[in-house]
Design a protein around this ligand. Structure first.
Ligand SMILES: [Fe+2]
Length: 214
């Protein structure tokens, strides 16, 4: 081994995403799906004016509804955010905070074939994410696509990298969710959901956490 060089390689301004698969959540997901479908019948649709095109969206107090399944989901999301925060701090802060308070809020979304989410960020929050309650099976045509409908698509947040054309450079990174998946990411991370074409409804709960650090 040569000792002619001393190399130090660092990752500058990394963008950190947590993808957590929750186990044994089928009963919870069934209960949540029934609640959210019920709200679609009884509560106004909050989707107009947001990044959601088509579909149904609850208000942003969904996680504070008095229901055991919703409380369990709130706990699941809280635990996911707590697991994510150390890596998020590592990627975004020069020094780790001494104490962290987080305020959480969320809303449920039902999408049908053709519905989608425009590219957007989540203002007023620091950590954002989504939990997937119900995800339809992909149609055989979609299954062969690189970024099938229903994929959660993240855009390269390094805006200056747009000038950089090199074969193989990915401008997006996408995840195809399954039920019970929880994703957490920095709220500034631009993302979208492509319209899916499979029959069936797709139910998710999006969330935000606003942090106060000391
Ligand atoms: Fe979002």
């Amino acid at each position: 081994m040569s000792d002619a060089f001393v190399d130090t390689v660092v990752e500058q301004f990394p963008t950190t995403v947590l993808w957590r698969q929750c186990r044994d959540v089928a009963p919870l997901n069934n209960a949540l799906a029934a609640i959210i479908r019920g709200l679609r019948e009884s509560e106004p649709n909050a989707a107009p004016g947001t990044s959601t095109r088509g579909g149904y969206q609850t208000d942003t107090n969904f996680l504070y509804r008095e229901d055991p399944a919703v409380r369990a989901l709130q706990q699941l999301i809280y635990q996911g955010v707590q697991a994510y925060l150390p890596r998020y701090f590592q990627s975004n802060l020069l020094t780790a905070p001494k104490s962290v308070e987080s305020r959480l809020w969320g809303w449920a979304v039902i999408m049908q074939p053709g519905d989608y989410n425009m590219p957007h960020v989540h203002p007023d929050a620091h950590v954002s994410g989504v939990y997937y309650v119900e995800v339809p099976e992909l149609s055989p045509v979609e299954a062969d696509e690189e970024e099938p409908g229903g994929s959660l698509v993240f855009f390269d947040p390094r805006s200056n990298a747009a000038m950089f054309h090199l074969k193989g450079r990915g401008q997006t990174q996408s995840y195809l969710p399954i039920a019970g998946a929880l994703v957490a990411f920095p709220s500034y991370h631009m993302h979208a959901v492509y319209p899916y074409r499979s029959p069936g409804e797709r139910i998710s709960v999006a969330f935000n956490a606003r942090l106060t650090l000391k």
